[in-house]
Design a protein around this ligand. Structure first.
Ligand SMILES: [Zn+2]
Length: 282
């Protein structure tokens, strides 16, 4: 043997592959490295019972977490993706869409509904990380824009839960323009003094961070969520400096004023309801 490795190299933390519970009976916790029984973690809102590490939560479960078992009244379910660029990399975009629809049971990376968070009416939109990394294409942008527009007409607060790798490159500029479109709709909502609560979950990155995720009147985040624009390696190469420990995690962002409150999942519904009560629309 020419060389040997003493330790197996640790895979770089990739938001695409860690933090999900996976298919097996047991999962190793990213927080405490304990082997956990998957069913037990699921029953505990996908939070590690030993150390409180938050695994990713599927969009439907999150909807129920906020709006109760019924999940509210679904909105904008007819918005479907197109493939105007006929984009193809290692796979055709059209096929990626089909595969993700089969996997998640929805046409794109978002769901929206209207309902009550405890006793507070709200329009809720949730990005689905399981659908192409929660990437923001035309459908995500359109549903968020319609959600903001309906919130404005009905003077009902808007809640957006982010979980996204950023813009959807398969839609090129049509994806990037959603940043401006959604931000403009949120600006109109803000001008009419209808509250928008942003909830940031692991991971909230790229064009999503650079637009609506950071525009909340109140910004809540789950513990230790990755929140950032570019990845740490790109930043280190650009500024030629080593980044501080915990950079781009909820706690660091709160210390630096980008996040108002870090909320454990079990307290999320009550906290959002409280915030909405405090911001009550006249
Ligand atoms: Zn743990």
């Amino acid at each position: 043997m020419w060389f040997r490795k003493d330790k197996a190299p640790r895979a770089p933390r990739d938001p695409k592959t860690t933090s999900s519970l996976g298919e097996g009976l047991f999962v190793k916790c990213d927080g405490c490295r304990e082997a956990l029984y998957v069913k037990e973690v699921e029953r505990n809102l996908r939070v590690c019972p030993k150390c409180g590490f938050h695994f990713r939560m599927p969009a439907v479960e999150r909807l129920k977490l906020l709006l109760g078992e019924g999940g509210g009244q679904p909105l904008f379910t007819g918005v479907r993706p197109a493939d105007p660029l006929k984009f193809k990399d290692s796979k055709r975009y059209r096929d990626r869409l089909k595969d993700s629809e089969t996997k998640t049971g929805r046409p794109d990376a978002i769901l929206a509904a209207k309902g009550l968070i405890d006793d507070m009416p709200a329009i809720v939109a949730i990005l689905d990380y399981a659908f192409m990394g929660g990437s923001m294409g035309s459908v995500v942008g359109e549903v968020l824009t319609r959600a903001a527009e309906q919130a404005l007409v009905e003077r009902t607060p808007l809640v957006i839960v982010s979980a996204s790798g950023g813009a959807r490159m398969q839609e090129g500029i049509l994806s990037l323009m959603q940043m401006g479109k959604v931000s403009a709709a949120l600006a109109r909502l803000g001008a009419a003094r209808v509250p928008y609560v942003a909830i940031l979950t692991d991971p909230t990155t790229g064009g999503v961070t650079a637009s609506f995720a950071m525009l909340g009147d109140v910004t809540l985040a789950e513990p230790k969520a990755l929140i950032g624009f570019a990845g740490p390696r790109v930043i280190e190469q650009t500024i030629r400096q080593t980044l501080p420990e915990g950079f781009q995690r909820s706690e660091f962002l709160q210390e630096h004023g980008f996040v108002d409150l870090i909320v454990p999942r079990a307290e999320m519904r009550a906290t959002v309801a409280n915030v909405l009560r405090l911001l009550q629309v006249g």
